[in-house]
Structure formats: structure tokens, C-alpha cells
Design a protein around this ligand. Structure first.
Ligand SMILES: NC(=O)C1=CN([C@@H]2O[C@H](COP(=O)(O)OP(=O)(O)OC[C@H]3O[C@@H](n4cnc5c(N)ncnc54)[C@H](O)[C@@H]3O)[C@@H](O)[C@H]2O)C=CC1
Ligand SMILES: O=C([O-])CC(=O)C(=O)O
Length: 329
């Protein structure tokens, strides 16, 4: 239990993910009922008025864990002393838009925010990137923050991980709580590889419990990988409440640790593990404790998995090369 307030910066705070995320953080979902939270909310100038309205609503909730709220459009002011920065603000993908189109639009945002974090964040800063294209945005922020250890940056693949848990539970008639060791490899995009071959259901190998290779290859993997597009198609807007929930899950596990006997999926800087090019922000199975993560080592990778893991790495190499060409990293 800590009574020292935690400073949590959230960007894109007036957006649709923000509208769910801020209330969860303020109510103690991330740090528990005894830790006061100071919210630092960054928006672009035209969105500040809407953000004032969100702050009025935060006030009206009378959360006992919410110590203070500061809003603004200057990253150096808002990130000052931040212990955790959740970089959500970005331009969301709209119907028919490909992720590559987003690289340039978002590059400028994450260059500036990486620099500001480097200047003013607290020494223990952890940075989680939700805004798309999340892996490459995290790479841009990381590359523009040379004084912050690279391990402090991650991109969100927890939503994909949670989607995979839910699909697998539905298929096998099991409970999400019975499933462990799910893995999302690679990019938060349609090339991601949701891997059930190392997952377990009630301690048994998940692929064996499923016993339906066709479902794994032709239903499960594409359903999870294309779920974001399916939500956009159905809702006319990208995932918001589920993305906020996954952002909380990811930050909570990072700061407070993964449960014994389980792991989480997190896109983190590659050290070359599993043959992934060093320096990419690639989603791995990780265990965490006290704000540090470690890539789960020693998993056997068969030819099918190898192909999928390499394909998503190749997409990230392309994204990296594109932003390099734009001078963003
Ligand atoms: N990694 C993941 O699993 C997921 C990622 N996303 C991504 O999250 C991002 C946010 O999504 P939504 O909240 O739905 O979008 P939104 O458009 O509702 O909100 C984004 C907010 O960011 C703000 N913003 C833009 N530039 C900014 C800057 N430089 N500084 C601060 N704020 C800035 C905008 O004014 C806007 O209020 C999008 O990129 C979306 O694609 C969405 C779902 C899942
Ligand atoms: O697909 C999108 O643009 C939104 C997103 O990242 C997701 O829902 O996974």
C-alpha cells in the first residue's frame, strides 16, 4: 500500500478510449483503493474544451482515489514528473483506411512526445503506447528519448491477447480464468500471430483440448487478428471500452506483476529472442515483476509458428524502414 500519489499521464484524453480509461484509473482499477492518483491529461488545443467536460464528470464521480487532475496541450508541462504515461492520443483508423497510412500522420506526435518524456518524466517512468500503429509509435517515442531505458517502452497487444482468451474460452466451453500462457507474437495488426500452441486450459495444452487444427488456422487466428476491423465495421468506430480495459490490464501487470504460472503478451524492444530482429518493438510472451519484464524463453517453435512469427516481424521491419526514411527515428 502506498499513500504517495502516482502521476499518470494520459494522451488523447478527450477521445473515446480516454472516456473509458480515465474513469477506470481514477476509480482505483490500476493502483488499488489506497493509492491516490494524479491524472495529467494531454490533448490538442481544440479538444481542451471537451476535455474540461470530461474533468467535470470525473469531479462528479467523487472518486476517493483521485487526488488531482491537470489538463493541457503542452507535453512538457503535462509529462512533468509522470511515473506512468499512457500514450493513447493518435489518429484512429477509419473504415477502409490501412495502418500504413497512419505512420506518417502519427510520426510527428510520437517524436514530440518521446522528446518531452525524455526531458521531464520521473526517473521511474513506464510508457505504454496504445495509439496506432502502436508498435511503431512506441519505436518512434523510444528512439526520441535516449535517456530513458528502452525497456520502459511497450506497445499494447493486450487487447489481442484478451480477444484470443475470449475466443478460445468460447470454443472450448471453458472459462477465461482457466486459460493461461496465451501469446500474441509481433505487430498489433492483421499480421499478428495469436499462438495457442503454448497456451493451457486447466493445465492441459490448449491446442490438444481444441483438437481442431482447421479452426485454429482458419477461424481463431484470423478472427483475433482482424477483430479490430470487425469492430469498426459493426460499430462504425474503433474499439474503445475494450481497448481501455486492455490498457489497464497491461499497465497493472507490468507494474504489479504477472500471476505465478502465467504470462502476458506485451510488445517490447526485441533483444533478438526467437530470431526477431533486434530493436523492433515486437509482442512477446513476458513475465513481469516490479515494473520489469522478461521475455519467456525456451518455447518450442514449429514450422507453422515460425512462418507466422517471421511474417509479422517482416511487417514491423517495413514500418521501421518507412519511419527511418521519414527521419522519425
Ligand atoms: N493498441 C490497441 O489495441 C488499440 C489501439 N487503438 C488506437 O488508439 C488510438 C485512440 O483511439 P480513440 O480514443 O478511439 O481515438 P479518438 O479519435 O476518439 O481519440 C484520440 C484523441 O487523441 C487526441 N490527440 C490527437 N493528437 C494528439 C496529440 N498530439 N496529443 C494529445 N492528444 C492528441 C485527439 O484530439 C483525440 O481526442 C487510435 O490510434 C486507435 O487506433 C484503438 C483500439 C485498440
Ligand atoms: O483496428 C483498429 O484500428 C483499432 C484497433 O487497434 C483494434 O481494435 O485492435
Amino acid at each position: 500500500m502506498s499513500t504517495t500519489p502516482v502521476k499518470v499521464a494520459v494522451t488523447g484524453a478527450a477521445g473515446q478510449i480516454g472516456y473509458s480509461l480515465l474513469f477506470r484509473i481514477a476509480s482505483g482499477a490500476l493502483f488499488g483503493p489506497d493509492t491516490p492518483v494524479q491524472l495529467r491529461l494531454l490533448e490538442i488545443t481544440p479538444a481542451l474544451k471537451a476535455l474540461e467536460g470530461v474533468v467535470m464528470e470525473l469531479d462528479d464521480c467523487a472518486f476517493t482515489t483521485l487526488d488531482s487532475v491537470e489538463i493541457g496541450d503542452d507535453a512538457n508541462t503535462i509529462f512533468d514528473g509522470a511515473n506512468l504515461a499512457l500514450l493513447v492520443g493518435a489518429r484512429p483508423r477509419t473504415k477502409g483506411m490501412e495502418r500504413g497510412d497512419l505512420l506518417e500522420a502519427n510520426g510527428a506526435i510520437f517524436t514530440a512526445q518521446g522528446k518531452a518524456l525524455n526531458e521531464v518524466a520521473a526517473d521511474d517512468i513506464r510508457i505504454g503506447v496504445t495509439g496506432n500503429p502502436a508498435n511503431t509509435n512506441a519505436l518512434i517515442a523510444m528512439s526520441n528519448a535516449p535517456d530513458i531505458p528502452k525497456e520502459r517502452f511497450s506497445a499494447l497487444t493486450r487487447l489481442d491477447h484478451n480477444r484470443a482468451l475470449s475466443q478460445l474460452a468460447a470454443k472450448t466451453g471453458s472459462k477465461v480464468a482457466d486459460i493461461t500462457k496465451m501469446t500474441i507474437w509481433g505487430n498489433h495488426s492483421a499480421t499478428q500471430y495469436p499462438d495457442v500452441f503454448h497456451a493451457e486450459i486447466g493445465g492441459r495444452n490448449a491446442a490438444e483440448v481444441v483438437d481442431d487444427r482447421d479452426w485454429i488456422e482458419n477461424d481463431f487466428i484470423p478472427t483475433v487478428a482482424k477483430r479490430g476491423a470487425a469492430i469498426i465495421e459493426a460499430r462504425g468506430a474503433s474499439s474503445a471500452a475494450s481497448a481501455a480495459s486492455a490498457t489497464i490490464d497491461a499497465a497493472r501487470d507490468w507494474l504489479h506483476g504477472t500471476p505465478e504460472g502465467d504470462w502476458a503478451s506485451m510488445a517490447v524492444v526485441s533483444d533478438g529472442s526467437y530470431g526477431v530482429p533486434e530493436g523492433l518493438i515486437y509482442s512477446y510472451p513476458v513475465t513481469t515483476s516490479n515494473g520489469d519484464w522478461e521475455i519467456v524463453q525456451g518455447l518450442e517453435i514449429d514450422e507453422f509458428s515460425r512462418g507466422k512469427m517471421d511474417a509479422t516481424a517482416a511487417e514491423l521491419v517495413e514500418e521501421r524502414d518507412a519511419v527511418k526514411e521519414l527521419g522519425l527515428i
